[in-house]
Write a protein that binds this ligand. Structure first.
Ligand code: SAM
Length: 325
């Protein structure tokens, strides 16, 4: 039987001894137990293990430079069971993906974000890379175009792990791993990475300075961290105090401004810090789809004034900051 969840971790095996394996096992075990103790997730895990089409599930070719990460599939394969499994794993956030002739249209047109941040990323092969808050791994496939030594996605949500395991059992792009762990658990990887990407995560963190410190500590001296975020288009960050929400999001504590992203990086000790503002986020980039059928950005904005959220706050813009340890 295939072991897709376990397989997502196997590229890490040669690095044992360079990270705190016991802490990693403990963290991942928490999410593993959430999956195996839930009849819903466990049924999906079993379907995923059984979905190997007699060994023919794997792509005949993959295209990582296209907007949609694309897997060419054997022509005679019936994609209905794969489509059903993808439906059971709704909601799909980052993407899109194309698997044979099946277009997995996701909430985010993530190639738009990639187009904004890619020019800021060090263009060097052989790096150890992390994508923290990687969702289903769309950006790991983009990072694979840099020919890294290793690229690990971190995301503590069960659905994300299962989605990546499904995608990777088709794509089989080498040197990509996934660990079901959150940003604060990165202290299991002291001075390990040459480059860390962390996008769309910081405004969900209650203690943002601590989260940025974890990114800093997990980076090798001389390495870089690039953090992208929703921002408010003001100099001052917006503090959201529960039970108030920002754009209907749960667990948003402070929406940074571009300037406060810079302050976070300088305070953590980064050098050569640079910030780029990208302008407003639009429903062309984040919208409801068949595989993300719930409320999306258009529902979070004031229907009469798209410069405001539904709660009356400044509407989300995006920005990214990069710094060197
Ligand atoms: C807004 S999405 C961003 C996804 C992707 N990085 C992007 O920029 O499009 C936030 C992601 O962070 C993940 N996440 C939630 N809590 C986290 C934590 N404590 N540490 C790291 N990631 C977390 C979520 O599961 C989700 O995939």
């Amino acid at each position: 039987m295939e072991r897709p969840l376990y397989n997502t971790m196997s590229p890490l095996r040669p690095y044992r001894g360079e990270f705190k394996a016991q802490e990693v096992i403990q963290e991942c075990g928490k999410v593993w137990r959430l999956i195996t103790r839930s009849s819903h997730w466990n049924a999906i895990r079993r379907s995923l293990s059984g979905l190997n089409y007699n060994g023919n599930l794997s792509a005949t070719a993959v295209h990582l430079h296209a907007d949609a990460i694309t897997a060419e599939m054997p022509a005679d394969i019936d994609l209905a069971p794969l489509r059903d499994l993808c439906r059971s794993l709704i909601s799909w956030r980052t993407g899109p993906f194309q698997l044979g002739d099946f277009v997995l249209d996701t909430e985010w047109q993530s190639h738009m974000k990639w187009g904004r941040v890619a020019p800021m990323i060090p263009q060097k092969s052989g790096l150890r890379i992390a994508d923290v808050g990687c969702s289903n791994g769309y950006f790991l496939y983009k990072l694979a175009t840099l020919d890294p030594e290793l690229a690990i996605g971190f995301d503590p949500i069960e659905r994300c792990w299962l989605q990546f395991a499904l995608l990777q059992s088709i794509m089989r792009v080498p040197k990509l791993a996934f660990l079901p762990m959150g940003i604060l658990a990165l202290d299991a990887f002291p001075s390990f990475f040459d480059f860390i990407l962390c996008m769309g995560v910081i405004y969900h963190q209650r203690d943002q300075a601590l989260a940025v410190k974890r990114l800093y500590d997990a980076t090798r001296p001389g390495g870089h961290v690039l953090m992208e975020s929703l921002v408010v288009p003001h100099d001052e960050p917006l503090v959201v105090t529960p039970p108030d929400r920002y754009a209907k999001m749960r667990n948003s504590w402070t929406i940074p401004s571009a300037a406060s992203l810079m302050t976070l990086f300088l305070d953590a000790g980064f050098h050569d810090v640079q910030v780029k503002s990208f302008g407003p986020l639009t429903p062309a980039e984040q919208r409801r789809t068949e595989f993300a059928p719930f409320e999306s950005l258009a529902d979070f904005l004031d229907p009469h004034d798209s410069s405001r959220t539904i709660e009356g706050h400044p509407a989300p813009h995006t920005a990214a900051v990069i710094g060197r340890r």
